[in-house]
Structures are given as C-alpha cells and as structure tokens.
Design a protein around this ligand. Structure first.
Ligand SMILES: [Zn+2]
Length: 259
C-alpha cells in the first residue's frame, strides 16, 4: 500500500460519517491543535486527534510519568513510569507509532501566560489538559484576546465538566465563573481521587468538540456547559449564556495574561 493511498484510506470510516466526509477530513489534515497538559485529559485527546488525522499537534507538559498516572492516562505504560520518562517524550513516540502522518511538536514546559503566544502560533484550537483553574483562566484570556477557540474540561472523583469556548459565538469561561475558585475549594485528583474511565469519557467529548472546530463545523459545537456525574449517571446541560458584565469577553480585561 502506498503512503498516498494509505494517507486517506485509514480515515475511511470517519469520512463515511456524513458530517465529516472528504471535505471535513481534508480540513482536519490542514488543521493544528495545542494541547496544554498531556496527563489524564490531554493524553487521551492527543491520541484521539492523532487517530482522527489532525495535521499537527503541539503538546506541552513538564511532568514525568509516574506509576500513579497509569490508571487514567492513555499513551503511557509501566516502562515509562519505571524510567520517569517525560510525558511529552513518551507521548510523541506513541503518537508517531499510531499515525506517522501527524506532526507532533513536544514541549517539556509548564505553560504560563508568557508561553502561549509561541506555542499557539498558527494553531486552530487549544485543548485544556491542565489540572488547575489558574492555567485555565490564562488560556481563556488568551483565547478571547486572539479569537482562538479552546475547550475547557475538568474531572474530580467521578464528576466531570466540559465547555467549548468559541470567542464571539459562545460564552467564555469567565462568563460562567468570573474568578477562579480558591485553591482550598479546588480539590485535585490527588486529594479527592478520580475514576479513570470518567477521565477518558470527558476527554473523548473534548476531542469530538475539537474535531467539529477543526473540520470546519463550528456550527455544531455545543453551546453548553456539560456536567456529568459518571457514578450516579446524572447529566446536566447548563445553558452557558454570555454574561453582559464578563470582565474578559465583554470588558476585555485580560488580567491573567498580565501577571
Ligand atoms: Zn465571557
């Protein structure tokens, strides 16, 4: 099988899905995404977008693989934990093995407000794979300021939430959450625990929203904040209305970029 033939053949089932088709698949090939954090959420999103044929992935994370990561983080295995392999290195190798057509650009850094301009240069969407609201507020400011879509998600215990932000079209994160929760109200996976498949499920929803954006189907993007408790099976779709007082997308105060 030639590379040219294989380059689209592998996406046959995805292109057969009419909402994607050949046009959407070609758009994905030309598109790129920045994934901030390749832990629980970001590792799965990176794998799904790689399998889906997104042209280029920029991945950023300063962490190394630890044995406590393996139950919920795709792309990594015990050998990475035993050698404390940097996550972006392990991820880049695995993603290349899954789909060598995808360009992966790994950065072993903890993303701060000063890093986004370079990392997000010419990407079409930012995917939230972080574990803290401070970084999410930095991403939200950057996204609104530069009219670049991003997809928020978080999961603690079995409770997950996800919201795409398409500047000018949808609410932003600060419309629904004006300030980050104080650290003491922001339980982490370490403190509260996390159900592995709940991470995979909400990451999969993030990947689907990214595929809509990158295939040119922004019209199909969810306008809701979706909250799911995967243990009780309670699903909430909260209408994320644009706040007339939003300090970010209305008043255009990008406080988190100026620290
Ligand atoms: Zn807003």
């Amino acid at each position: 099988m030639t590379q040219g033939h294989d380059s689209m053949q592998r996406y046959h089932r995805q292109m057969a899905f009419g909402e994607i088709g050949l046009t959407g698949q070609r758009a994905l090939k030309e598109a790129s995404a920045l994934i901030v954090g390749v832990g629980g959420l970001g590792s799965w999103v990176a794998e799904l977008l790689t399998r889906s044929g997104v042209g280029k992935l920029v991945i950023a994370d300063d962490d190394k693989v630890d044995i406590t990561n393996i139950h919920r983080q795709g792309l990594y295995d015990q050998s990475h934990a035993e050698t404390s392999t940097p996550k972006v290195i392990a991820a880049a190798e695995r993603l290349a093995a899954i789909n060598s057509q995808v360009v992966v650009d790994p950065h072993q850094i903890r993303v701060g407000s000063g890093d986004l301009a370079a990392l997000a240069d010419r990407v079409d969407v930012i995917v939230d794979g972080t574990d803290n609201f401070h970084t999410r507020f930095i991403i939200n400011d950057f996204s609104v300021k530069h009219s670049l879509p991003w997809i928020f998600a978080g999961v603690v215990s079995a409770e997950a939430q996800m919201m795409p932000v398409v500047p000018a079209a949808t609410a932003c994160l600060r419309c629904v959450l004006p300030e980050p929760p104080p650290p003491c109200a922001d339980p982490t996976c370490r403190q509260a625990g996390v159900l592995g498949p709940a991470v995979t499920a909400i990451a999969s929803m993030q990947a689907i929203e990214a595929i809509k954006i990158l295939s040119g189907r922004t019209d199909a993007v969810s306008p809701h904040l979706t909250k799911i408790d995967f243990w009780t099976n309670r699903i909430q779709r909260i209408n994320a209305a644009k706040s007339p007082d939003c300090p970010c997308c209305v008043q255009r105060h990008f406080d988190y970029l100026e620290e």
